[in-house]
Write a new protein. Structure first.
Ligand SMILES: [Zn+2]
Length: 45
């Protein structure tokens, strides 16, 4: 399973988690925003 670092508490959270189990941060929404930001950067180039 892949893990991501929660930006709020810096704990390792499974990539499939919707919210961080440690601090309840909405990690899924955060990751989707990151993905969209990257895709928008690509379109600019
Ligand atoms: Zn967290």
């Amino acid at each position: 399973m892949k893990y991501v670092i929660c930006p709020q508490c810096e704990s390792e959270v499974p990539e499939t988690a919707i919210t961080c189990p440690f601090c309840k941060f909405g990690i899924l929404v955060y990751l989707e925003e990151q993905k969209e930001a990257k895709e928008q950067e690509k379109e600019k180039q």
